[in-house]
Design a protein around this ligand. Structure first.
Ligand code: FMN
Length: 367
């Protein structure tokens, strides 16, 4: 294939992406007191050698109570910042892949156990548990302790925490911030009428439900260096009747764009236990396409994108500008290499690995 679209460069603010493949944020539940560990150096380090255009650090909590589990990464104090600096120093020594970070608060879905321990909520008075907060005192599911509805002071605390984390991310030289407003976590809880039952100026109409997420966007945008990109990840639909839908998401995307958002990453679901997700390859791409038709900023599609020809088609048809990979790239951390080989393109590879190209195997016998 001549000049595949998947391997054309793209510039977002001052972020130069060498191709259209980004690595989605993926929680590893392997931090200690919010601090990255050697696992993160190994995990992110190998992904930084993958040939993708951008590596996104997992959901990093802006406050300790914003962590999904007690083993989540945070970026909320000097210790968490220093641990992240150590990881980044190690990666940057050997890879020049740009690095983004997802800043997050889990809201009512916080205080749970690691997925491989069952993932259940941990009660506020039990070890490793804490009282959660949310727009309204509506539990995620009947087994959860109801969250505390945030008052004005609580909203300020979290807004300021997003900004403080963005300052830390800027200081760490991180190339872009992605604000997590998807998957049923705090900012998505504000957007969805199923989780947000407030009667003040933060609940009711879409304009009101979007108010807090937009305030957080503005705070992060102001706190992060102005030449670097701030993006947002959304769940475009709750997949539940009466929940957030694609029409409201399109309107929210336009509000973000007006405020200077640099890109939007379109995912879905995670807010309600009654969700019915029609899982199939590219199942979220129509949502990305709908957002893309309404905005000028770059749009990222994600979800069950596993095949290079499939990924090329998403970008070539203009359904999205970029594709993000999660499970696909965990399973095959050299997916971008293999996609480039299949589509007739090139990716950057570490010089240490150059002799592994199949076309060079013959050299092995000569040196
Ligand atoms: C291990 C794992 C951890 C994840 N952690 C996050 C996360 O931190 N933030 C987020 O927005 N999505 C997270 N996700 C969702 C992925 O980013 C992605 O949207 C989803 O897996 C669909 O893409 P895929 O089909 O390529 O896996 C996670 C997914 C996996 C598999």
């Amino acid at each position: 294939m001549a000049n595949p679209h998947l391997f054309t460069p793209l510039r977002i603010r001052n972020l130069d992406l060498s191709n259209r493949i980004v690595i989605a944020p993926m929680c590893q539940y392997s931090a200690q007191d919010g601090c990255m560990t050697d696992w993160h150096l190994i995990h992110l380090g190998q992904l930084a050698l993958s040939g993708a255009a951008l590596l996104t650090i997992e959901a990093s909590a802006v406050t300790p109570d914003g962590r999904i589990t007690y083993a989540d990464v945070g970026l909320y104090d000097d210790a968490t910042e220093q641990a992240m600096a150590r990881t980044l120093d190690g990666i940057r020594r050997w890879s020049d892949m740009p690095i983004a970070i997802q800043l997050a608060h889990a809201g009512r879905k916080a205080s749970t156990d690691r997925p491989w321990n069952g993932g259940k909520q941990i009660a506020p008075d039990a070890e490793n548990g804490w009282q959660t907060v949310a727009p309204s005192a509506v539990a995620f599911n009947p087994e959860y302790v109801a969250p505390t509805a945030l008052d004005d002071q609580g909203l300020k605390r979290i807004r300021d925490a997003f900004a403080a984390s963005a300052v830390r991310a800027g200081r760490l030289g991180i190339d872009a911030v992605q604000i997590h407003a998807a998957h049923g976590y705090l900012l998505h809880q504000f957007l969805s009428p199923l989780a947000n039952q407030r009667t003040d100026s933060y609940g009711g109409s879409l304009e009101n439900r979007a108010r807090f997420p937009l305030e957080v966007f503005d705070a992060v945008r102001q706190a992060f260096p102005s030449d670097r990109a701030v993006t947002v990840r959304v769940s475009a639909t709750d997949w539940v009747k009466g929940g957030l839908d694609i029409e409201e998401t399109v309107a929210f995307a336009q509000m973000l764009e007006e405020r200077g958002c640099d890109a939007i990453h379109v995912s879905s679901g995670g807010l309600h236990i009654d969700q019915k997700i029609p899982l199939s390859p590219s199942y979220q791409v129509p949502l990305a396409r709908a957002v893309k038709a309404a905005v000028k900023m770059p749009v990222v599609a994600v979800g069950l994108i596993t095949d290079p020809v499939q990924a090329e088609a998403i970008v070539a048809t203009g359904d999205a500008d970029l594709i993000a990979l999660a499970r696909t790239v965990l399973y095959d951390p050299r997916w971008p290499w293999h996609a480039a080989a299949e589509l007739g393109a090139q990716v950057k590879a570490a010089p240490q690995y150059l002799r592994c190209q199949p076309s060079r195997y013959k050299d092995l016998f000569q040196s």
